[in-house]
Design a binder for this molecule. Structure first.
Ligand code: AMP
Length: 137
């Protein structure tokens, strides 16, 4: 079935730029453009699936394996105290991009952010963080 390409499929196709962290035959990881915290990363399957419900098992396995590895690199790169994983599956859960993706969000002791709060990177900071995360892989 055809559908209108999502922004993440355009990133996979190289039609839209991203701050790339990791790529293999099955997945792509890059910084979230509107981060909840420094180092907020998205990991997506290259194969199009809308969310967890239409994701083939072998794709899900590759995605979670990559998420585990990249979570450790994010935690080290930004010296986070913890990592929150989040995956929205369906509009009612808050999914806005209908290409499956896992959020890796660093968490810090004593830092409480309001729901929906975002941080902004200063000039050059996103490139630096993306390369520091890559370096920890
Ligand atoms: P969700 O609500 O789970 O669908 O989250 C979609 C996420 O994609 C949001 O956190 C957005 O900030 C992020 N996002 C949207 N467009 C881009 C983009 N071009 N590059 C990186 N992240 C993006």
């Amino acid at each position: 079935m055809t559908h209108e390409k999502t922004i993440f499929e355009k990133i996979v196709a190289g039609e839209i730029p991203c701050h790339k962290i990791y790529e293999d035959d099955a997945v792509l990881a890059f910084l979230d453009i509107n981060p909840s915290e420094r180092g907020h990363t998205l990991v997506i399957p290259k194969q199009h699936c809308e969310n967890i419900h239409d994701m083939p098992d072998e794709v899900a396995q590759k995605l979670i394996t990559a998420v585990k590895k990249i979570s450790g690199a994010v935690k080290k790169a930004v010296a986070a105290d913890a990592i929150m994983l989040r995956m929205n599956n369906g509009a009612a859960s808050g999914q806005m991009v209908f290409h499956a993706h896992m959020h890796i969000v660093p968490k810090f002791e004593g830092v409480f952010r309001k729901a929906g709060e975002h941080i902004k990177y200063v000039e050059g900071e996103a490139e630096k963080i993306a390369s520091e995360i890559s370096a920890h892989l």
